[in-house]
Every structure is written in structure tokens, then in C-alpha cells.
Design a protein around this ligand. Structure first.
Ligand SMILES: O=C(O)c1cc(=O)[nH]c(=O)n1[C@@H]1O[C@H](COP(=O)(O)O)[C@@H](O)[C@H]1O
Length: 278
């Protein structure tokens, strides 16, 4: 999916919600365990209940890889089930020498046909550029993450007073374009987000950390939105585990609808659609 299509979908659905399919076999409702593929049965019900409310689904591969071959099968069924026109993210946080990175890119873009992959930039340019060589596919590079450990390296100051994450963002931005590169910016990093938006004004940010990690949707939207919206806000546990009974999918829809409604009003107040013909 290209940037124009993504922006169009955000405007049309009045949503920049990304739902994280962090599906844990041990947390899904009991009645699903009679299915041949309980993880896919769960994902299918969540997708059916929420596909009109979100513009993206993020599949965190850890939750699938831990189940071996069965997990990869659930992942494949899930990616194939996500409707056309919804932006898909393989949250795999890959990063390796160029020759190996090319194989990771082929895995997620050719074999599984995801629109994007999350990548860790620690190994530098040659570990990221293989993900940028595919038409209408995206690399989503870790910028400033949502977790406590972001203080260990990312929020350390360099000799010139700049944070390490700022150097990473500025350097990384030169490897791709706002049409094929996004950055991960944690929703818990409210104090930094305006600074990050100033550094990379045009790029999309994937913003995880709303819901279970306590990030504030309104605050990050006010500080991080650009004229194209420029945000994909991910919620995983806060939506998919909103309920755990027979009605879990309806409960997930209710939670997603709350986020989408808030997003619609934030979009109209912060980044209203340009008038037709402008
Ligand atoms: O790259 C990510 O998606 C990511 C980056 C980050 O800084 N923090 C973060 O929580 N994530 C992921 O975003 C999702 C957050 O899940 P919830 O906290 O359940 O909404 C998980 O899949 C995390 O692995």
C-alpha cells in the first residue's frame, strides 16, 4: 500500500487506529479451543468485528513464532484473511547484515505479502535498506520506544547534547523517504513527541503504548499529528482482550469504536481534510 492510499483510508474511515493481533493462546476465550486453529478463529472474529474501524492490523510475530509451525500457519491464515485496503504490519523487529536482511524482507514482503515490517536500526544502514527496495512496501524503524528500557540507550545524551534517538532518527530519515519509511514512537513518550515531529515533519509514526501501557491518545495526537495525520496508533491488549467470554468480539468492537470516535474528533480538530480542489 502506498502513502496516498493510506492517507485516503484514514480520511475515509476517520480513524488512524492500528489493532495489534498479539494473540496469546493462553488468553483467548476457552470456547475457541475446540477449533482446529484457535488463534486464527480468534483473529478472524476480531477482524470481522473491527475491520471498518481501523486502518491497520499489526501482527506481532513473537506470539506466533513461539508456537512453531502451527504459529506460522495461524499467521499465514490471518494475513490472508485481512481485507484488501487495510495496512498490514509484521512486527518482527528485524535487524541483521544486508545479505540476511534481504531474506527477512523477502519473508515478510514476498512470502507473506505484508505492507510493512518493523526493523531495529542498531546494525546501521545496510541492515535497513534491503527493506526499502520493494515498491509500495515500508520499513518501520524503531525511533523512541515505549518501554522503560528506552532510557538505557535511546534517551542517553551524546557529547553534543543530542539524545541518541535523535541521531538515529535524523540519520535513518536519510536512508528512505516519507513514502517508504516510518518510525516507531512510543505513546508513553509524550514529552518527546513534539520534538520528534519537528525533526521528521513528514514521516508517519507507528505509535504503540495506548491502552495497557497507559499512553494518552489525545496528547500524542495533539503533539504528533501532521497535515496527513501521520500517525498509526496501535492498541493490542486494550482491544483484543476487552472481553473474554462468548461475546469477546463484540467487546473488542466496543473498545475499538471508542478509540475510533475519539480519533474522528481529533482528526477534525487537528488535521482537517483539505477542501476539495485545493
Ligand atoms: O514496535 C512496536 O510495535 C512496539 C514498540 C514499542 O516501543 N512498544 C511496543 O509496545 N511495541 C509493540 O506494540 C504492542 C503493544 O501492545 P499493548 O501494550 O498490548 O497495546 C506490542 O506488540 C509491542 O511489542
Amino acid at each position: 500500500m502506498n502513502r496516498q492510499e493510506l492517507v485516503h483510508s484514514i480520511r475515509e474511515k476517520q480513524s488512524y487506529l492500528c489493532i495489534g493481533l498479539d494473540t496469546d493462546l493462553h488468553r483467548i476465550p476457552r470456547h475457541l479451543h475446540t477449533h482446529a486453529d484457535p488463534v486464527f478463529a480468534f483473529n478472524k472474529a476480531i477482524i470481522d468485528a473491527t475491520k471498518d474501524l481501523c486502518v491497520s492490523y499489526k501482527i506481532n510475530t513473537a506470539f506466533y513464532e513461539c508456537m512453531g509451525i502451527r504459529g506460522w500457519e495461524s499467521l499465514q491464515r490471518t494475513i490472508e484473511y485481512i481485507p484488501e485496503g487495510i495496512f498490514t504490519i509484521a512486527d518482527a523487529k528485524r535487524g541483521d547484515i544486508g545479505n540476511t536482511a534481504t531474506q527477512y524482507a523477502k519473508t515478510f514482503f514476498d512470502t507473506y505479502n505484508f505492507d510493512s515490517v518493523t526493523v531495529a536500526p542498531y546494525m546501521g544502514q545496510d541492515s535497513v535498506t534491503p527493506f526499502l527496495a520493494f515498491t509500495d512496501k515500508w520499513a518501520i524503524m524503531l525511533g523512541l520506544t515505549s518501554n522503560e528500557g528506552s532510557k538505557d540507550f535511546q534517551l542517553q545524551r551524546m557529547e553534543d547534547g543530542e539524545y541518541l534517538y535523535e541521531k538515529v532518527l535524523k540519520t535513518g530519515a536519510g536512508w528512505g523517504t516519507p513514502d517508504n519509511l516510518m518510525f516507531v514512537v512510543g505513546a508513553t513518550q509524550t514529552e518527546q513527541i513534539a520534538r520528534i515531529r519537528a525533526l521528521v515533519p513528514d514521516h508517519f509514526f507507528l505509535v504503540p503504548g495506548v491502552g495497557a501501557q497507559g499512553g494518552d491518545l489525545a496528547e500524542i495526537s495533539k503533539r504528533g499529528m501532521n497535515k496527513d495525520c501521520g500517525l498509526l496508533v496501535n492498541v493490542s491488549r486494550g482491544i483484543i482482550y476487552a472481553g473474554n467470554g462468548e461475546d469477546f468480539a463484540a467487546d473488542a468492537r466496543t473498545a475499538a469504536l471508542q478509540y475510533q470516535s475519539e480519533m474522528a474528533s481529533l482528526l477534525s480538530s487537528i488535521a482537517p481534510a483539505p477542501a476539495v480542489g485545493v
